[in-house]
Design a protein around this ligand. Structure first.
Ligand code: PGA
Length: 253
């Protein structure tokens, strides 16, 4: 059985450490510890140490971004080492909101290399901006993925996770999620690109998650029919009952 990853991206929520602790305490009651599912919560980075001591076997912490170098004088930044010593095992990179503010593909690749060097797992996000039923975005996706992984040695590509998140499906302004059928198609395409970079054997092992308006209603469809290796969940990860149901669905498959 392949491991499934359920990643909660809390973005700038909740506003206070006290609420963050309460949210996590409730959430952990929903994690049964079933084998085969890894739950990764990515709170605002300042909250990471609050949760470190409470990690369980299949519960991990992630960060929402990291600096592109391991060490140096970088006022205001958080490098992968600091994140690691704050309890973090995973780092989301190239999220569309970060790409929008600052990062191009080359920066995502630099960050991924620094994160890997520190022994953390990058969750590299890719996805087209606009819905396009003609499939013209596939070339964009190929380029984005290839450039975002540039310079990563093959053996390290075996350690990454990809999250396919079409930008039009993310966040409160999104009108809909992708469909499981389209996700399956896109993930096969992503795997073909990965095979070019890393070889078939490694490409088959790289988890490809779906993200973008995931909720308790569509989670099963993405995991079952879409054959997603997991889900990257934004809004619904802040709702303990919804996120708990999503975890249970993953555990039941
Ligand atoms: P959403 O966010 O689930 O609220 O659409 C997903 C994300 O931003 O990763």
């Amino acid at each position: 059985m392949k491991t499934k990853y359920i990643v909660g991206n809390w973005k700038l929520n909740p506003p206070t450490p006290r609420e963050a602790k309460a949210l996590l305490a409730k959430l952990k009651k929903n994690i049964s510890g079933a084998r085969g599912v890894k739950v990764i919560v990515c709170p605002p980075a300042v909250f990471l140490p609050l949760f470190d001591a409470t990690k369980k076997k299949n519960f991990f912490l992630g960060a929402q971004d990291a600096l592109s170098v391991e060490f140096g004088a970088f006022t205001g930044a958080l490098n992968p080492q600091i994140l690691k010593y704050s309890g973090c095992d995973y780092v989301i990179l190239g999220h569309s909101e970060v790409r929008e503010r600052s990062d191009d593909n080359a920066m995502v690749a630099l960050k991924a290399r620094a994160v890997l060097k520190s022994g953390l797992t990058p969750v590299v996000c890719v996805g087209e901006k606009k819905r396009d039923t003609q499939g013209n975005y596939l070339e964009f996706l190929r380029e984005q993925l290839t450039a975002s992984l540039s310079g990563i040695p093959k053996k390290d590509l075996a350690k990454i996770i990809i999250a396919y998140e079409p930008v039009w499906a993310i966040g409160i302004t999104a009108k809909e999620s992708d469909t499981s059928a389209d996700f399956l198609h896109n993930s096969l395409f992503i795997r073909k690109v990965l095979a070019k970079l890393a070889g078939q054997e490694i490409a088959l092992k790289i988890p490809i998650l779906y993200g973008g308006s995931v909720n308790e209603k569509n989670a099963e469809d993405f995991l079952r029919s879409g054959e997603a290796s997991g889900l990257l969940v934004g809004r619904a990860s802040l709702d303990v009952s919804q996120f708990g149901k999503i975890i249970k669905i993953a555990e039941s498959l």
